[in-house]
Design a protein around this ligand. Structure first.
Ligand SMILES: Cc1cc2nc3c(=O)[nH]c(=O)nc-3n(C[C@H](O)[C@H](O)[C@H](O)COP(=O)(O)OP(=O)(O)OC[C@H]3O[C@@H](n4cnc5c(N)ncnc54)[C@H](O)[C@@H]3O)c2cc1C
Ligand code: FES
Length: 251
């Protein structure tokens, strides 16, 4: 993990309420898919905000974020090209696909699609990837060109304004028999992950999920991000995760 003062190269709106920020980390940083960064947002906001790394190309790193509250609003407003931003990265364990797992399904919803784009970028051409990506509606759709690197792409929208009418989990479950993935990687709101867990119980296919708990430090020190494990213990999402085997954690 490094703390850097990065230079913003671009920060622009890419869909309704969604922005993409690209910064230069100064030199090449090896970032595994599913890892995240803590971005300083300045002003009165002392805590950095955790955002998944969507793309890492040499020293160029891109994150995509939804405007939620003060922190993300400041990110969009204050960090124009040429400004500097304080960043901790890379953080967390990230997604791993084993050598023997050749067929990979990624299932994402809302801002959960962004870490999965890093998975598609890392494994496209090396594994067979089927992607099921859920959005609220057509206006929220973004990064389609990145998702199209997968072998199969299903866009799902809650209102049916584009693609499959329903959730990414529903679209994925309809395809499960045909696609027969060796492993499933997922990220999205907790109700979505819970639905996936219920649907995949007893299928004999490993499922890994990336959790999006609120965070304080991002490096394992403050315990703000602790989640409950099924064995009665606790885990720090920032340090022990954010990726867990789905049966390991209580959703
Ligand atoms: C590992 C990780 C990766 C993430 N990756 C992304 C990403 O790629 N893109 C993206 O847009 N967001 C991502 N998030 C969520 C993002 O961190 C929060 O949306 C952001 O911190 C909100 O900050 P804010 O100051 O704008 O809102 P706040 O004012 O802090 O909160 C506004 C609202 O959002 C809710 N909220 C805040 N943090 C979270 C959270 N972590 N999960 C769910 N709800 C939250 C609050 O309860 C409140 O209702 C990620 C979170 C984690 C832990
Ligand atoms: S955010 Fe501080 S321990 Fe995880």
């Amino acid at each position: 993990m490094r703390e850097i003062t990065a230079t913003v190269l671009e920060n622009k709106k890419i869909a309704e309420n969604i922005w993409s920020l690209t910064f230069s980390a100064g030199d090449d940083i090896r970032i595994r898919c599913g890892q995240f960064a803590m971005l300083g947002v300045g002003g009165q906001q002392l805590l950095r905000r955790p955002i998944a790394v969507c793309k890492a190309e040499g020293e160029r790193v891109t994150v995509c974020y939804q405007l939620k509250g003060e922190g993300t609003r400041r990110l969009a407003k204050e960090y124009k090209a040429g400004e500097t931003i304080s960043v901790l990265l890379p953080l967390g364990n990230g997604f791993y696909v084993k050598d023997e797992e050749q067929r990979v399904a990624v299932v994402g919803g809302g801002v959960g699609i962004f870490p999965l784009i890093s998975v598609i970028r890392e494994y496209a051409g090396k594994k067979h990837i089927s992607a099921y990506m859920g959005f609220r509606n057509k206006r929220a759709l973004c990064m389609e060109y990145e998702m199209q690197r997968s072998d199969k792409l299903v866009i799902a929208t809650d209102d049916g304004s584009v693609g499959y009418h329903g959730t990414a989990v529903q679209a994925f479950m309809e395809d499960l028999e045909g696609e027969r993935p060796d492993v499933v990687l997922a990220c999205g709101p907790t109700p979505m992950l819970r639905a996936l867990k219920n649907a995949m119980t007893g299928k004999g296919i490993p499922v890994y999920v990336s959790l999006e708990e609120r965070m304080g430090c991002g490096i394992g020190a403050c315990l703000v991000c602790v989640c409950d494990r099924t064995d009665g213990k606790h885990a720090r999402v920032c340090k022990d995760g954010p990726v867990f085997e789905i049966g390991e954690v209580i959703l």
